[in-house]
Ligand binder design. Structure first.
Ligand code: 4FV
Length: 236
């Protein structure tokens, strides 16, 4: 998969892209992330990329010309490129959407700054609008990193053992079951006997029961979510 990121702060991505799973996925050629500075596309003689909002009000707004020209230059005429604009006004990101995006050949992520984008950017480019949650950040860069990380780990070959991606939270639409590792006792707290039993049928049953109980207690809303091919209705 190719992911192009359009941002005013390409330097913010260095750390995230050069560690752990994203580093390995890029070295393996499973993922190719390309950073583009929107300011390189401005026609303004002072290299401005923002301006004051028409109608008054606080802050500045991303100007249309640098963003639209940057997207058109980076995308070229590639019909496979899925355009995504990070904004609090977008569809809220979740594992289901991460799975959908992992099926794309190429993503182009547009990161905003200031108060947001001139509306004509959306009218002209018609991107998918994606939000990572109902809170206001200082830029779209961290949301873009969230998307890159969540999607990359679903790419075939990205994770050491593909099992782990399949067994993760929300894959089943439920929260994860409790995890334990050595030592068998820590500060007087013991690992549940069933996990030391080697009886995998019992272990799977215990884990399913734990995941369901935890979901009921903490995220009953997830039980209403229509699951791929069925709801958790019988679990309510
Ligand atoms: C955001 C979010 C977010 C809003 C104005 C950047 C900021 C500034 N993006 N999910 N939540 N963006 O807060 O995606 O442009």
């Amino acid at each position: 998969m190719v992911i192009d990121v359009l941002t005013l702060f390409p330097g913010m991505f260095q750390g995230v892209l050069s560690e752990s799973i994203l580093k390995i996925a890029r070295e393996k050629g499973v993922l190719d992330v390309r950073l583009h500075n929107i300011r390189d596309y401005t026609e303004d003689k002072h290299r401005k990329v923002d301006d004051r909002p028409y109608g008054g009000g606080p802050g500045m707004v991303m100007s249309p010309q640098p963003v639209v020209d940057a997207v058109e230059a980076v995308r070229g005429d590639d019909p496979d490129a899925k355009l995504i604009l990070l904004t609090p006004q977008g569809r809220v990101f979740d594992q289901k959407l991460a799975r959908e995006l992992a099926g794309e050949k190429r993503l182009i992520l547009i990161c905003g700054r200031y108060e947001g984008f001139d509306e004509r950017i959306l009218l002209l480019l018609k991107p998918m609008e994606l939000s990572v949650g109902d809170y206001v950040l200082s830029g779209g860069e961290i949301p873009a990193m969230v998307v890159v990380d969540a999607v990359a780990r679903l790419l075939p070959g990205a994770l050491g053992d593909p099992e782990s991606a399949a067994a993760e939270s929300f894959q089943s639409g439920l929260l994860d079951f409790p995890q334990y590792t050595r030592p068998p006792e820590f500060r007087g707290l013991a690992v549940p006997e069933v996990l030391l039993s080697g009886n995998h049928a019992e272990i799977d049953k215990w884990r399913a029961q734990q995941a369901l109980e935890r979901t009921r207690q903490r995220r009953a809303d997830l039980l209403d979510e229509p699951r791929n091919g069925g709801s958790h209705e019988q679990h309510r």
